[in-house]
Design a protein around this ligand. Structure first.
Ligand SMILES: NC(=O)c1ccc[n+]([C@@H]2O[C@H](COP(=O)([O-])OP(=O)(O)OC[C@H]3O[C@@H](n4cnc5c(N)ncnc54)[C@H](OP(=O)(O)O)[C@@H]3O)[C@@H](O)[C@H]2O)c1
Length: 276
């Protein structure tokens, strides 16, 4: 029940209709009896600044930031965690009595989701497709865990920027063109572009690039066309739901200082996903 005391948490994104975050957080609030409510806000690029100012004006307790605002939002915040500053992207904001602090829980979400699947990152060769906010967090997480990164992006300059930013953390090489020869070298391929979100999106890479020895990880959820193609080829396929869950767990703790009930959330997500 929403009361006069209910604390509001939101998500700002464009698009935002596809998000499963309200389901995750509201289920956890309900289960734990916390007087919070999580709501989606469709925020366009031109309105981001006003939307961030509104967090204070409306006394919203916290928000998630999703595509395409994770990098642009930084300029409007009062404080940034060291990790989010290093990554250069924020996906979680805490309103601490009028002080807005940005965090990044995507890196940890990605790493925890791989650990849950018993996939080791150390010394693995990992090809990242994309160089946006999510890709930065993933590259950071992989390098911190001792993996080797190959990165390809439509806009080459953004991949080169990521290399420059993270080269001191470990091995990172930019792939200017996706060539067949690199596919023998890599163990894991991660789609960190926004391709797959819409039904008529092109595939992030030609399925002919994939080999059955590859682990194909798509951070776009719940299921993309390339995930289906990868399954046909015999790849182990991991979808973005695990990352979504684990980044949410970290964000939940930031807002409420309480551990969320992970198993309860998983059950609800599974129920919802069967209807997709
Ligand atoms: N599962 C999870 O928990 C989770 C967490 C975070 C994000 N995500 C999902 O990950 C996706 C990316 O998020 P983001 O925040 O990184 O977005 P972003 O900052 O807007 O970056 C988008 C990336 O996709 C690439 N891209 C977009 N359209 C393309 C096209 N037509 N052809 C080739 N490349 C294209 C962009 O390339 P250019 O640089 O060339 O524009 C850029 O690298 C979103 O779908 C988001 O929902 C999932």
């Amino acid at each position: 029940m929403i009361t006069g005391k209910t604390k509001i948490i939101g998500i700002f994104g464009d698009p935002v209709e596809h998000t499963l975050s309200p389901i995750i957080h509201n289920e956890a609030f309900k289960y734990l009896g916390l007087d919070y409510c999580y709501v989606p806000f469709h925020v366009k690029k031109k309105d981001l600044k006003n939307a961030i100012i509104a967090i204070k004006a409306l006394n919203i307790k916290g928000v998630n930031i999703t595509v395409p605002h994770k990098e642009a939002v930084i300029q409007y915040l009062d404080e940034i965690s060291d990790e989010a500053k290093y990554i250069g992207a924020v996906n979680t904001i805490l309103n601490n009595e009028g002080i807005l602090k940005g965090f990044n829980t995507d890196a940890q979400g990605f790493i925890l989701s791989l650990k849950e699947e018993s996939i080791l990152i150390k010394e693995k060769n990992i090809l990242i497709l994309g160089a946006g906010g999510a890709a930065k967090a993933i590259v950071y997480g992989i390098l911190k865990e001792g993996g080797k990164v190959y990165i390809y992006n439509r806009t080459l300059s953004k991949a080169l920027e990521i290399k420059e930013k993270f080269a001191n953390l470990g091995f990172i090489e930019v792939i200017p063109h996706i060539e067949q020869s690199i596919n023998e070298k890599v163990d894991i391929i991660v789609n960190a572009t926004s391709l797959g979100l819409k039904k008529d999106d092109p595939l992030p890479i030609n399925p002919a690039f994939l080999l059955s020895k590859h682990i194909y990880y798509d951070i776009v959820y719940p299921e993309t066309l390339l995930m289906n193609e990868a399954k046909k080829i015999g790849c182990k396929v991991v979808g973005g739901i695990g990352m979504l869950l684990w980044q949410a767990v970290e964000a939940f703790k930031i807002w409420t200082e309480v551990e969320p009930p992970v198993d309860v959330i998983k059950k609800t997500l599974n129920k919802v996903l069967t209807k997709y």
